[in-house]
Design a protein around this ligand. Structure first.
Ligand SMILES: C[S@@+](CC[C@H](N)C(=O)[O-])C[C@H]1O[C@@H](n2cnc3c(N)ncnc32)[C@H](O)[C@@H]1O
Length: 292
């Protein structure tokens, strides 16, 4: 009986991939309020360069940091954005670097369709592909980036292997994302609650452990693995979350529009992200760079 009940529960529960697809098919539009440039990530604050009250300056600085690390300036290059959202980072890249082409992949068909319209540039295309099995040929790309997307797969070894396979030798993979520092079982009460909330609302049940990811990057074959915890750069944009959520609810209320379940989950997820700042012993936000 117990087995039957468990089976029923397993069948009813969404897989991580279904959760990710549903979240981004239904809640991507909500990000218009987060970023007019449709960046679906947190920002990178640099005193006197980015304005802490203007979110998009920080969000675009995150894009800038990753492109600088890829070292593609003044080069004819073709890179891939693994988990590209609706193309905010890709649009930033092709507008800034005239010799750059970017392919993006996403699990969401909505993001593929709307993102290609939004970017509207011959040098950029979004495809509905899984970053763990992109179907691209070996050694195709001169760089790969993943902003807040590998968190969904836990930055798994198969994800890292696939990134390694499609990269040209000597080109780089740059990841900007949240990671755990501690195994879930060893976290304190608040961290466990936050982890559970992030899993439920943002499908982050596989959130990667930074020590394991470093080890696996090296096992896969990457060299020069450099890891930097940049939570203090990201924190000023995370502090925008409560204001953005109030604005979102008020907008829906004035327009007399109902709140979708995915939008509610997305907002709750943002609150849990805010709470991670109280659990810095167990979570961090890192930029990881690795060379093939
Ligand atoms: C928070 S959004 C970040 C989007 C984008 N990198 C940005 O910063 O604007 C996460 C993205 O990861 C993508 N994603 C998650 N798991 C994926 C997978 N297995 N394969 C491809 N894309 C995936 C989602 O479809 C979504 O586009």
């Amino acid at each position: 009986m117990e087995t039957v009940l468990k089976l029923r529960k397993d069948i009813k529960e969404k897989t991580n991939e279904e959760g990710v697809m549903q979240l981004y098919n239904e809640a991507t539009e909500d990000y218009q309020l987060w970023s007019k440039d449709l960046n679906m990530h947190f920002g990178y604050y640099i005193p006197f360069k980015t304005n802490p009250f203007k979110r998009d300056t920080m969000l675009n600085e995150m894009n800038n940091q990753l492109f600088s690390m890829l070292e593609i300036k003044n080069k004819k290059a073709h890179i891939i954005d693994l988990g590209c959202g609706i193309g905010g980072t890709m649009r930033y890249g092709v507008n800034k670097f005239p010799d750059l082409s970017i392919t993006g992949c996403t699990l969401s068909t909505f993001q593929e369709k709307e993102g290609n319209k939004f970017i509207n540039n011959k040098r950029a295309i979004i495809k509905n592909r899984d970053y763990r099995n992109t179907q691209f040929s070996e050694n195709k790309f001169d760089g790969a980036m993943a902003i807040e997307s590998f968190c969904h797969s836990g930055c798994s070894k198969e994800t890292l292997e696939e990134a390694y396979r499609i990269l040209n030798p000597n080109s780089k993979l740059i990841i900007a994302d949240a990671f755990c520092k501690t195994e879930e079982g060893k976290m304190n009460f608040l961290s466990k609650k936050v982890h559970k909330g992030l899993s439920k609302c943002w499908s982050l049940e596989r959130l990667g452990n930074i020590k394991r990811v470093k080890k696996e990057l090296e096992e896969v074959g990457f060299k020069e693995v450099v890891i930097k915890n940049i939570w203090y750069r990201v924190a000023p944009s995370v502090l925008h979350v409560p204001f953005m959520i109030c604005g979102f609810i008020l907008k829906k209320w004035f327009k007399n529009e109902p709140l979708k379940k995915e939008s509610i989950d997305n907002m709750k997820g943002s609150y849990y992200a805010l709470l991670t700042s109280l659990c810095l012993q167990d979570f961090g936000y890192y930029i990881v760079s690795a060379k093939k």
